[in-house]
Design a protein around this ligand. Structure first.
Ligand SMILES: [Zn+2]
Length: 361
């Protein structure tokens, strides 16, 4: 039997499941964890397909009725549970699923507070009592499980403690440390390392038909597929120019120039835009730190600004770059706490200026 043909899955994860399938030793409950954009949800769907695929020699075949229904997230025995907002309509929910159906590697974007409600968990528990309708096994995939409320988690725990014979549970999180120990200890943990840029680029090509531009995107997003697909949809170039302008303004200490860039970013009035800018700014400093420690030959991620980063690395003392990265992290946290964007950006600029020490000569 051939498993996961044509799929790009991390070697350790692939081998683990190939062994489990071959020896018929699947666990009742798995917990997939690892960095954002490492293909955990796509792999979970693929595992659900293998379990239920009707093809005699190749699983998943992606052709049989069962595979097709799982691809469409419409298999009656395979549930894909995402956190929901209180005000979401059925249509909102369908939109999120549609994104996943079109490209299982793209990340669902959640805006506003969301959670996996206790009602949803109760429904799953009720359904778990019945045998599969048409598949071999029921598979419950629950993603972003760190967003389960305490009561939801406790209620779900009962199912994990005494899982019915025909049920397999796959829980997914980017933040393992946010889960209850009692949940963790009842699952087999499966770690998903970040994709290499080559792997990420290969997946990007499968779903986007990208060429050289895609390679650049893959490097910029550091193998994070969620980011890669976001960036490939909007083109990151404009944002990187904004980041460069902001950094120049911050370093110069010129209040007027800074005001202009801050206004430009704030004009978007979009939390995501602001977060992207801050994430790219982090990348800039990480590139610089990398360059300083490895030397001129170091591969850097911000390929468009290679020359500028080289100049930057030579102009400033690197001693406080780590400090700046942690200031940017504070700024990202402030965005999460809904602090007014111009204040975040102005305070951060002052901190950057404070920590940048120009080298003489
Ligand atoms: Zn199939």
């Amino acid at each position: 039997m051939e498993y996961f043909k044509g799929m790009i899955i991390q070697k350790t994860v692939r081998e683990r499941f190939e062994n489990a399938f071959t020896n018929d030793r699947l666990a009742h409950a798995y917990l997939f964890y690892g960095p954002e954009g490492s293909g955990k949800e796509a792999t979970a769907l693929a595992v659900a397909k293998v379990v239920n695929c009707q093809h005699p020699g190749r699983k998943p075949c992606n052709e049989c009725l069962s595979c097709e229904k799982i691809s469409q997230i419409q298999h009656p025995d395979v549930k894909f549970v995402i956190p929901e907002g209180k005000t979401w309509t059925t249509k909102d929910l369908q939109k999120k699923y549609k994104q996943k159906v079109e490209n299982p590697y793209s990340g669902i974007v959640y805006t506003g507070p969301t959670s996996i409600s206790i009602d949803r968990i109760r429904l799953l528990k009720d359904e778990a009592k019945f045998a599969p309708y048409e598949g071999q096994k029921k598979v419950y995939i629950l993603t972003e499980v760190d967003q389960m409320s305490r009561p939801s988690a406790n209620s779900f725990l009962k199912l994990l403690e005494e899982p019915p014979e025909n049920l397999m549970i796959i829980m997914i999180t980017n933040s393992l440390d946010k889960l209850l120990d009692t949940i963790r200890s009842r699952c087999q943990l499966v770690y998903f390392p970040a994709f290499t840029s080559e792997e990420a680029f290969a997946i990007l090509r499968l779903y986007k038909n990208q060429d050289a531009e895609g390679d650049k995107t893959a490097r910029i997003a550091q193998g994070n597929l969620k980011k890669i697909f976001e960036l490939s949809e909007q083109g990151p170039d404009e944002k990187r120019h904004v980041v460069y302008d902001y950094l120049k303004a911050a370093a110069s200490g010129n209040a007027l120039t800074l005001q202009e860039v801050v206004d430009l970013i704030h004009k978007e009035r979009d939390k995501k835009f602001l977060l992207d800018v801050l994430n790219l700014l982090t990348l800039w400093f990480k590139d610089t730190i990398h360059l300083v420690s490895v030397g001129d030959e170091a591969p850097i991620i911000n390929v468009d600004f290679e020359d500028e980063i080289h100049r930057f690395a030579k102009s400033y003392a690197p001693s406080d770059f780590d400090q700046i990265v942690s200031e940017i992290e504070n700024a990202i946290a402030a965005v999460g706490n809904n602090v007014y964007a111009p204040i975040i950006l102005t305070v951060l600029a002052i901190q950057i200026k404070k920590h940048l020490k120009r080298l003489k000569g």
